[in-house]
Design a binder for this molecule. Structure first.
Ligand code: AMP
Ligand code: GLY
Length: 426
């Protein structure tokens, strides 16, 4: 098979690394990819907003399956574009159509979906500039902290958690009236704050059956001890100690099955990954969000823990016979530590020469923001690498990741030295 992976981050490198090991694979292309994916297949420099360029690539390279990494092309209708095109319509796209991608693309849609199908989630209300007053009144019924969410995609910045009621009302006004998040904030979801520990559960579905992938915990803040600004993710651990078999069974019964059945009932034919962000509130899971894709850096610990052939599983999604596919995971713990550019998630420099990535055999170095120039690797993003290691304990695995991270050199390198620390004695 010829496979095309769309995206350029650590997630896509992990996909490419895994799929490149498949016996079913002939040629692997990654668009646009990075310096790491170039070791797994052929990078093609096209923009993911250019659907015509994607079409030409699929046609020229005789692609048999397209795996979409990030949410934007899905929310913008790439899968629908394939189905509406005579040349592309029979080529499977792994990732939902626009309707299913709304689970991530619209917070209001996803909350209404959960409410309709009885899926546990925080109490909420949705408000527009016309109903600003009702929004204030709704805030008055809640206890601090107050959670405000821009309805649309806001590059991961659209969620505000605010302690003070006056400031919450001011921010609500900023989003709805002063367009703080542009059109993504034309509607705002206000919801109850959930107390507990967060984790992410991942599901692969062909729209009928599903496989529950390994769960993971992400470390979102830039600073150690979960301080400072939110990032795309600074590290991840899988499995999650408190997400034992019993807890995952509850998640399956109360969340996964109602989600799959809800999609079917609503006439949404969903093929791809569902990333379920959960709060574990004293053993009771509650959904914080859905994403219509895998997480980054969670993929860098989840995918390496899948023993089965990922391409075979994706074929199961494409052919709607996922239930017939063999699915097995490995028991070892995987941890990943993300190396970023100085300044991230604020301003940071690019094009910095990287050294020391060849002398690490004990870990998997997934590239997130790198590029190749004359056979040399340079930084090309805020998150630069995700270094994944295995072990029988979190401590052992994460120490291997730290050792490897210490050997990689570039100006401004930073990583969190406390990834997994909270889970070690859990
Ligand atoms: P989201 O984009 O919806 O995942 O929100 C981003 C982050 O905000 C989540 O990962 C949580 O840490 C936090 N968050 C969102 N909603 C809630 C909530 N209702 N209660 C507590 N924390 C929340
Ligand atoms: N690591 C969080 C995300 O991918 O959305």
């Amino acid at each position: 098979m010829n496979v095309l992976i769309l995206g350029s981050g650590g997630r896509e490198h992990a996909f490419a690394w895994k799929i490149s090991q498949s016996k079913l694979l002939q040629n692997l292309y990654i668009a646009p990819g990075n310096a790491g994916t170039a070791n797994c297949g052929i990078n093609v420099a096209i923009s993911l907003t250019d659907f015509e360029a994607i079409k030409n690539l699929v046609w020229e390279k005789d692609i048999n399956l397209v795996l979409v990494g990030p949410e934007d092309p899905l929310v913008n209708g790439l899968h629908d574009f394939f189905l509406q095109d005579d040349i592309l319509k029979d080529i499977p796209v792994i990732g939902p159509k626009k309707d299913g991608a709304q689970l991530e693309g619209s917070k209001d849609f996803s909350k209404a979906f959960m409410k309709k199908h009885g899926i546990p989630t925080a109490r909420y209300g949705t408000f527009t500039k016309e109903s600003l007053r009702d929004g204030f009144n709704f805030l008055d019924t809640l206890q601090a902290p107050f959670v405000l969410k821009a309805d649309g995609l806001a590059a991961g910045k659209g969620v505000l958690i605010i302690q003070d009621i006056h400031q919450a009302k001011e921010e609500l006004t900023n989003i709805l009236i002063n367009s703080k998040f542009g059109s993504a904030g034309n509607k705002v979801v206000i919801e109850e704050f959930l107390f507990g520990i967060e984790l992410s559960v991942f599901v692969l579905t062909d729209g009928i059956s599903y496989k529950i992938l390994p769960a993971a915990k992400d470390y979102k803040r830039i600073g150690e001890g979960d301080t400072g600004l939110n990032t795309g993710g600074m590290g991840a651990v899988s499995p999650v100690p408190f997400a034992d078999e019993k807890f995952i069974k509850i998640v399956e019964e109360k969340i996964i099955i109602p989600t799959i059945n809800g999609l079917i009932k609503d006439g949404i034919d969903y093929c791809g990954f569902i990333f379920i962000g959960l709060m574990n509130c004293n053993g009771e899971p509650s959904v914080i969000e859905y994403n219509c894709r895998m997480g980054d850096p969670e993929t860098e610990v989840v995918i390496p823990r899948i023993k089965s052939d990922l391409l075979d599983l994706l074929n199961g999604v494409a052919n709607k016979n996922l239930n017939t596919k063999h699915y097995e995971t490995i028991n070892e713990i995987a941890t990943t530590v993300v190396l970023v550019s100085g300044g991230y998630p604020g301003e940071f420099k690019k094009d910095i020469l990287i050294q020391g990535i060849d002398n690490n055999n004990d870990s998997l170095i997934f590239h997130s923001g790198t590029k190749l120039v004359n056979d040399k690797v340079y930084t090309n993003g805020g998150r630069v690498f995700a270094v994944t290691s295995f072990g029988n304990t979190i401590k052992y695995a994460v120490n291997k990741s730290f050792d490897c991270a210490n050997k990689i050199n570039y100006e401004g390198k930073y990583f969190r030295g406390d990834i997994g620390q909270d889970l070690i004695n859990y």
